[in-house]
Design a protein around this ligand. Structure first.
Ligand SMILES: *Cc1c(COP(=O)(O)O)cnc(C)c1O
Length: 373
């Protein structure tokens, strides 16, 4: 495939992924498996590239919310086990067997459908609903579900996992603890039946960092590994590096606004003496805020310049008055470094009035990505 011609891109630092995997490994120790969650195309960082780097760094498996994304990763050569969260249909069973992807089952009805659809002996995960009321068997159903899977003709129990709801703004510690307790009760009930559960996990990013005793024998954080920040207990403090390190474009137009009486007065533009305007091919279609942030700036030739609203679908105006040497093709930095100045992810998030958690997927979804290491 030829490189994209569009001169706007984001930059993903795979070295940050490797660093974060090592930090995580150090915190949880060698005996706990890492099933890195790559939902949302690894939060906009690109699942296949992130998986390749994480696999090289010793991640034990991956988890996806999107079967297409998981298949693309297999096609890209990812070898480790892959778990699919409950986001595909039993019809896909033959394809899953072929690509070695493991689906999630939540109900006895699921066991019947998947057992009928599978041809060989498909490894599956049983999900426990610890009180989030999404997918998963409730604790009192867990042992019977696990038994139905082990008794089936075409399924094999590869693991059991839960996913306590956190980071939805509840900040309700008793609720988190109750969910963890429910998941552990379900596991105990399964094991009391003498059923072996190879992989047992319930730790997304917030749980890994906030509840070290929930590690079980595997964890499945995602956003933490791409470098989003979470609260952590002292025992789980570490330095995490954001993998999203750049958002850049190039000037596709530069023009001087000659002072003539002939110019229409636009209600949004305050004309300055010797004003120069530039354009970059980036706008709200690619995640830029639709309502122009009042303090929006970018960096050109090591200098900070204002962006001038309104923002457009695929264009933004840059005020180049203070950078008279700016030319078509010059790099315009919205996130990252230009000479001695830099815009960090926290500053960009503040300009866009988003959290850094929202910024990752907002930026990575449509733009071409360039990987650095
Ligand atoms: C999304 C998800 C995770 C990972 O969550 P992060 O907050 O990105 O760490 C883990 N487990 C399950 C079941 C999930 O759906």
């Amino acid at each position: 495939m030829s490189a994209p011609l569009r001169p706007t891109w984001c930059e993903i630092d795979l070295g940050a992924i490797a660093h974060n995997v090592r930090q995580l490994r150090h915190l949880i120790g060698p005996a706990v498996a890492i099933y890195m969650c790559l939902k949302g195309d690894a939060s906009g960082c690109g699942a296949a590239e992130v998986a390749r780097r994480a696999e090289a760094e010793g991640v034990d498996g991956f988890a996806f919310g999107n079967i297409d994304s998981a298949l693309a990763c297999r096609a890209a050569g990812i070898k480790r086990p892959i778990l699919l969260y409950p986001t595909c249909l039993p019809d896909s069973a033959p394809l899953l067997e072929q690509a070695e992807l493991m689906p999630t089952l939540s109900t006895l009805g699921d066991v019947v459908l998947w057992d009928r659809a599978a041809r060989h002996r498909l490894p599956v995960f049983l999900k426990i609903d610890g009180g989030g009321f999404r997918a998963g068997a409730f604790p009192h159903e867990a042992a019977a579900m696990a038994r139905a899977i082990t008794d089936s003709r075409h399924l094999r129990l590869a693991g059991v996992y839960g996913h306590p709801m956190t980071s939805y703004g509840f900040d309700d510690e008793p609720y988190t603890l109750a969910q963890l307790d429910a998941i552990k009760r379900a596991l105990a009930a399964i094991e009391a039946e003498g059923i072996e559960v190879p992989i047992r996990m319930t730790s997304s990013s917030a749980i890994v960092l906030g509840h070290p005793n929930a590690d079980l024998n595997a964890v499945d954080p995602g956003r933490l590994v791409v470098g989003m920040s979470f609260q952590s207990v002292a025992k789980r403090h570490a330095s995490w590096k954001p993998a999203l390190v750049g958002l850049k474009s190039r000037l596709v137009m530069v023009r001087a606004l000659a002072p003539t009486d002939d110019l229409v007065r636009a209600p949004f533009l305050r004309l300055r003496p010797n004003m120069r305007l530039g354009l970059i091919p980036f706008g709200w279609s690619d995640g830029y805020p639709k309502s122009m942030p009042p303090n929006a700036t970018a960096l050109i030739r090591g200098r900070r310049v204002p962006l001038l609203g309104p923002s457009h679908s695929e264009l933004l105006r840059v005020d180049l008055t203070d950078v008279p040497d700016a030319q078509v093709g010059d790099e315009v930095v919205l996130l990252g470094r230009s000479g001695d100045v830099a815009i960090q992810i926290e500053e960009l998030a503040e300009q866009w009035r988003m959290s850094t958690h929202e910024l990752f997927p907002a930026i990575g979804k449509t733009l071409p990505r360039r990987y650095i290491d």
